[in-house]
Design a protein around this ligand. Structure first.
Ligand code: IMP
Ligand code: MG
Length: 224
């Protein structure tokens, strides 16, 4: 098991498996007949997936334009409010464009439902959705993503752009943090900058994330 930040990571999807799936997804998207495609990547979680997927789209002959949108959903205490907030908007006019929204995970569906409704309201001709991961059984409302990389069980995953309290986005694979923080790490929380990601996660409060339980020491703002 790889160790990162002193924690053991169980790899669910390695870099090669993800790359192969991205190639398949690109073929699927190319076959879906999008015209004049504008890709909209939801920050921050999807930035790595989006970067790889657009290059896979190039490899199958597509030439998408790329935009970014930043959305955040909040919860108070431990209950999700379900409220999604627009933190940063796209810059392009989406009217009469075919749009493909890219996100990391489809879980409750609130983030993607918000994004899809927003772009449709602005006159997008067609709005498709591609997600790297889908955690079934967790939808707060009916929602279908047209293109799904992998179906995953209800585990809190990190890597390949996805974080726990802003940590682990750089991992080239998708994995699960297996072990609890070591005693030494807990001591570090009080003073060490090295463990600042755990300090942040412990503060939790106010803004927090997701339905799936983050591993111990990783509660934080819900970061789309
Ligand atoms: P939802 O579908 O609106 O509930 O939100 C999905 C978003 O929550 C994703 O875009 C991720 O940013 C985040 N998320 C959900 N589950 C996980 C996870 O297991 N690890 C990291 N981020 C997650
Ligand atoms: Mg997200």
């Amino acid at each position: 098991m790889p160790k990162v930040r002193g924690r053991s990571l169980r790899v669910l999807f390695d870099a090669g498996t993800i790359a192969a799936r991205n190639r398949e997804l690109a073929k699927e998207i190319a076959a879906a007949g999008y015209r004049d495609l504008l890709v909209v990547s939801i920050l921050k979680g999807s930035f790595v997936f989006a970067a790889d997927l657009i290059r896979a789209l190039h490899d199958v002959g597509m030439a998408p334009e790329v935009e970014f949108i930043s959305l955040s959903s909040y919860k108070t205490a431990k209950v999700s409010s379900g409220k999604v907030t627009l933190l940063r908007d796209v810059e392009s006019d989406v009217a009469d464009r075919d749009v493909l929204i890219i996100d990391d995970i489809l879980e409750s569906g609130r983030t993607l439902a918000y994004a899809k409704k927003l772009l449709a309201k602005r006159g997008a001709r067609r709005v498709g959705v591609a997600v790297l991961l889908h955690k079934p059984g967790k939808l707060a409302q009916p929602f279908v993503a047209e293109h799904v990389g992998f179906v995953v069980p209800d585990l809190f995953v990190v890597g390949y752009g996805m974080d726990a309290a802003h940590a682990f986005r750089e991992l080239p694979y998708v994995g699960v943090v297996e072990d609890k923080p070591a005693k030494k790490a807990r001591a570090g929380v009080r003073g060490s900058r090295v463990r600042s990601w755990e300090v942040r996660s412990r503060r939790g409060a106010g803004e927090s994330r997701r339905g799936s339980r983050a591993p111990a020491g990783y509660r934080s703002r819900r970061e789309p």
